[in-house]
Every structure is written in C-alpha cells, then in structure tokens.
Design a binder for this molecule. Sequence first.
Ligand code: E4P
Length: 217
Amino acid sequence: MRFFLDTAVLAEIEEAAAWGLLDGVTTNPSLMAKAGVRDFDAHYRAIASLTPGPVSAEVLATTYEEILAEARHLYSLADNIVVKIPFIPAGVQAIRTLHAEGIPTNCTLVFSPLQALIAAKAGATYVSPFLGRLDDIGHDGMELIRQIRQIFDNYGFETKILAASLRHPQHVLHCALEGADVATMPFAVMKQLFHHPLTDKGLAQFLADYQKLHAGA
Ligand code: E4P
C-alpha cells in the first residue's frame, strides 16, 4: 500500500520524503487555504518538485468545459500532477474525456460504492472515498472501502482506491487489511505510525543498561 501525505505544507512534505515514507501527495482547496497559499500554480510546482510520486491538484471549476480547461492547465504544471475532480456529473464526464487524452485523474468526494463504480467506468486513475467524514456522521467508512475493493475486483477495474479523510493509524491499518491501494493521511497521522509506547520504553531501557555498563567500566 502506498502512503500519500494529505497536505499543502512544504515542510511536512520534505520531512516525510526524508523518512522515505512519501509515495505521493494529495491537496484540496481547503488544505491550500489552511497553508496560506495564494499562488496555487507556483505552489503545485513546488509540491511536485519535492514529491517522488503523484500530486493531486484539485480543480475549482464545476462545469464540463471549465473543468477540462482547468485540468489541462494543472496537468501542464508538472509531470507528476494528477487532476483531482469532484464526483459530479460534469466531473465524471470530464474524467472520461481526460482519460482518453491520457491525463490522470483522482475522483474525489466519493461517499458511496456506486459513485466509485461510476468513476471507474469513466476511467478515473484513482477514486478517493472519504472514510473519516463518513465515520463523523455515524456511518462505517471502512465498509465503503470493502465494497469498492470487491466491486473493482469483480470487474477487474484498474482504478486505484485512494483511501482519504483518514484520522488515525487504525484507519491506515484497516485500509491495508481491506486492500486499499493508497492511504492518504495528515502529517500528524504519518508521524504517529512510527510510535509505540513499548518501542520508546524498550529503547530507553537498552540505552540505560548500556550507560550502567559504561559507567561501571
Ligand atoms: C482527500 O484527498 C482529501 O484531501 C482529504 O483526505 C479530506 O480529509 P478531511 O475529511 O480530513 O478534510
């Protein structure tokens, strides 16, 4: 399973890349705003240059022609840009056209297995089911991953399941168990993946025992 970082903060992307954990980046307009980005094009170029994999850049347009124009522009910014397009009829129509042009897409704001099926039929490179937001309203986000995996396997779709809106390491674990292709997560969640209290305790003990030996020598 690939690990993407869900952020627009360059320092986080650099740090995750240095850990060797960064397979790609996803952004959205809210994350760009939170990072204080004003020049979106320059920022996408900067993210793409730091990322050794795909970078999802989201369109703001909501009509077919405008989505296409914006998608082609975003794709021209860097070789590793994937155009993120919301699951709306005009978006799905644009995904079909972009697929024919060889432009990779990430269909976002997916909350049902049938939305994922429709996006895959249109030729989306990735679909992004939002687990955390489903959990937030009392639904079972993980069940959505299970159902999409089964549908894609039933029909041999090559569309990748990019599990999004992950809130904690348990989401990442269950995505791996259910066969999601990618987990995109906030920086804080990626950092948490390293930590286990017994690892910290064990290391402290090893170092303390070595110090005792050294002190007695
Ligand atoms: C997906 O690509 C989105 O950027 C993201 O995962 C949404 O997460 P949120 O529900 O925490 O905003």
